[in-house]
Every structure is written in C-alpha cells, then in structure tokens.
Design a protein around this ligand. Structure first.
Ligand code: TRP
Length: 335
C-alpha cells in the first residue's frame, strides 16, 4: 500500500510506563510509519482499559500521561502524528452504538483474543457486556478516522478482522462510508519477558523503556537462560534463551558470533549478559534522556494532547455526518 494520502490509526491502553515489548512490538513500528508518509493518528485507549480494570478508573489519567511521555520519548513527533485520548472524543462511543447492531453476539464470542483473555483472567461467567463488545469499540476507533492501516501486534489481528467485517456490513447496508482497513504486523515479533514468558506488567517480568542503567543491569543479570547451560562451557541452545532473543533485536551484528560461542561453550552466560547490558544501554540512553527532558515540561505534554484532541474532533465530526447521511437520519418529517 503506498503511503500517499493513506491514514493510520493505532492505539494502546494506558498501562503506565511502557516496557520493551511495547517499544519493539508497536512503538518502533509507529515511528517508522510516521516517517514514511502516512497520516498518523495515535490514541490512548483508556475506555478499553475499563473492560478489565473498571475499578481502577482513577488511575487512568496518570497512566495516560506516562504512556504519551514514552511515545514522545521514543520518537512519535506531534508535528507529524496526532496524539489523542479516546475518552475525550465522545463520538467513538456514539459510533460504537451504531456499529454494535451490525455484528452478532456469537461472532464476538468466537473472538480468539477474547477467549484467551477469558481463560487467563478466569472470567467465564463474569464476562461483561462491555468486554464482549471490546472489538466493536475498537472498530469504531478505527473506522471513525476512516483509517486504511492499523499497525498492531498479532493478538490484535482478530480485532482488525472484526473491524473489516463491520466496515463491509455498514457499507453494504447503508452505502460506502468506510475504507476496509488492513492490519499491519510489526516486523519484529514478540520480545520475551525476563522469565522467558510473555512480557507483562502484571507478571512483573518487564524491562521498562525508562529503567535506568543500574536497574537494567540488575534485571539482565537475573534473566533466565537456557536451563541446560549450567557452566560457562556447557553447550547452550540460544534459540530457547531470552537473552539471545534480545541480542537478536538489540545486537544484530554480533548474533552469529554469540550463537556459535553459546553453542560451542566458548561464551558463558555472564559475559553474554554483560554484552547485552551494554548494547541495550546504548539503545535506551537517548530515549531516557528525552524522557527526562519531557518530564520537566508536563504542560507541554498536556498541550500536545489538547492539540491532538482538537484535530481528532475535527475528523470525527466529518465522519459522523457521513454516517448519519448514509443512514438517512435527518430531520423528522412532519406530515
Ligand atoms: N486493543 C488494543 C490493544 O490492547 C488497543 C486499541 C484500542 C487499538 N483501539 C485500537 C489498537 C484501535 C489499534 C486500533 O493493544
């Protein structure tokens, strides 16, 4: 898809300070796309956070500010990208209502991402109406900007698929309003957590983008490695080692050497981790510096969000009038 005139919409829930999985799995992709000619809209999906954490609504404000600060530190440029907050643009909820008629409950129940969540969080009987409708709200987020491309991680592809179905259903029922958007996966897959499981804040196995050098060193020292590599000269299996997965991402040029060193028993885990610590520090240092500078000017971040919300509002007003026109909502006729 050529970038000219094409629009990107992506979102993240406000989870507070972001971790390396967010950086590698999403943010870096956003920055790259931002610099290749697309029109970019990036949204903090605070309403979506309520699907699981409805009791913690009071934390969303601070968490939102942390997320936006990390976006800016990682290179999202407010001159090129619109940064806005979902709950500030009320029309997302309005479109959510209209779109919710265009998809069946069984279809939403078949959503594999939901099934995983229900299993992981043991929701079963406690699944809320709002949580079942998560992808419909996401479809509204995307379609209300008439976006063409949605950069997401793999777990979100089913939601993009549902968005496509809803867009087609709307267009065929009422008339063409929405482009059918495409998902775009990140180049680099998932980065494992310190314990080689999925990186997640709730599990506590993350490295944060904003961790200082000392914290980073400690965390890498404590990382799990190949359990069979007990001694320095044991023969290792890099492909199952999370430290190696990090080298793959942050130290690409030395990967062949590290692989053969690990496999042949020449390279031990202590040295391998030390090497990674240095590379990762180099990688994160400019991001940390930028974050520290931003933290000194919280007003400027609020201003960026305010400007972004205004731009978003302008777009959604246009879409909503197209939607109501297509649906032939108008002034009630008096006979
Ligand atoms: N569901 C996404 C996630 O948890 C966040 C999100 C909300 C989103 N609305 C979106 C992502 C629209 C892309 C487009 O990661």
């Amino acid at each position: 898809m050529s970038p000219e005139g094409k629009r990107i919409l992506s979102g993240m829930q406000p989870t507070g300070r972001l971790h390396l999985g967010n950086l590698v799995g999403a943010l870096e992709n956003w920055v790259e796309l931002q610099n290749s000619g697309y029109e970019n809209f990036h949204m903090v999906a605070d309403w979506h956070s309520l699907t699981i954490n409805y009791q913690s609504s009071g934390q969303l404000n601070d968490a939102t500010l942390e997320v936006v600060t990390d976006w800016l530190a990682a290179g999202i440029d407010p001159e090129k990208s619109v940064i806005f907050i979902q709950s500030q643009i009320k029309e997302h909820a309005e479109l959510n209502l209209l779109l919710s008629m265009l998809i069946t409950v069984p279809r939403l129940q078949r959503n594999p991402t939901l099934k995983d969540r229900v299993r992981d969080a043991d929701l079963d009987e406690n699944l809320s109406f709002g949580h079942l409708g998560y992808p419909v709200l996401q479809a509204a987020d995307i379609l209300i900007y008439r976006a063409n491309l949605v950069p997401v991680g793999e777990d979100q592809l089913p939601h993009v698929e549902i968005t496509r179905e809803i867009a087609r259903k709307f267009n065929s029922t009422y008339g063409e309003v929405f482009p059918v958007p495409e998902g775009k996966l990140t180049k680099f897959g998932r980065l494992p957590g310190l314990d080689n499981k999925k990186m997640s804040k709730t599990v506590g196995n993350t490295i944060l983008m904003s961790d200082d050098a000392e914290t980073l060193t400690k965390k890498i020292k404590g990382m799990i490695t190949d359990p069979e590599k007990i001694y320095k000269d044991s023969l290792g299996h890099p492909d199952i080692c999370p430290v190696f997965a990090y080298h793959n991402k942050f130290n690409e040029s030395e990967v062949p050497e590290i692989r053969s060193g690990c496999e042949s028993g020449v390279l031990g885990c202590v040295d391998c981790k030390q090497n990674l610590t240095g590379k990762l520090n180099d990688y994160l240092e400019p991001i940390r510096e930028k974050r520290l500078r931003l933290e000194l000017k919280p007003d400027s971040i609020h201003e960026i969000i305010h400007e972004g919300n205004l731009k978003a509002k302008k777009e959604v007003a246009e879409t909503m009038s197209l939607v109501y026109e297509a649906m032939k909502f108008g002034k009630p006729s008096i006979s």
